[in-house]
Design a protein around this ligand. Sequence first.
Ligand code: DGL
Length: 269
Amino acid sequence: MPAARGSLLNKQPIAVFDSGLGGLTVLRALRDRLPQEDYFYFADTRFLPYGDRPEVFLRERGVLIAKALARRGVKALVIACNTATAAAAEAIRAAIDLPVVALEPGVKPAVVLTHSGVIGVLATTRTLESERFQRLVGNHAHHLQVIAQACPGLAEAIEAQGPDSPQVAVLLDTFVAPLAAAAADVVVLGCTHYPWVAEAIARRMPAGTRLLDTGEPVARQLERLLAASNLLGGGHGRLTVATSGAPASVSATVERLWGTNLHVEHWEP
Ligand code: DGL
């Protein structure tokens, strides 16, 4: 990217998007690593959950959001959602001329960490059924036992009822049991909502089980991409949060999850 364009783009925020507030677990890692940047976080809660939606819907929605963000003026895009990445990352990259960071379940680091040879992956139905996930496992973990456990209802319950709610506890009992039974010693949190319940997952696994989320590697990748395009810095550490759904209810959920009272605006891509 030419330097002149780089310096113009520099002051613009980094867009981060998810179906809802799972991506805040990624945003936290981004702000820890790059606190001087400005961020525009978009929660597409009108369409939450993504995890049960058809791939073609997710691809079209992802491209629509990415194009609208590019028009709004952002210098990079982080797809803070495994489900959207699985369905739409290639299409989004083809549709916009900005650095794009996509994330995928941390199967590769899990392969390095496992001693038992059994890896558990918790993710949405759509992520686990995707070609991208099948390829990831086929390329990197074909010699291991991979227990891929879909968790329908979990992301919504975390947002609607809260991470410590009885509803979430019942779902976790069901979804984590097969991983413990198979003696998985690494659990991949393959949905950005699940770090909100990492401790509850750990409690249901034998002591010493490693849990992997992707916030930190994504932050490092974003830093590399921004540096390569001469786009690092230029912000003031500002955060704007927007939703396609109801701002008041998203604001209440942010407060419950993050303990922070944030103004949330409505934004329609
Ligand atoms: N947070 C999203 C992910 O990482 C999906 C949650 C949903 O089903 O909307 O996959």
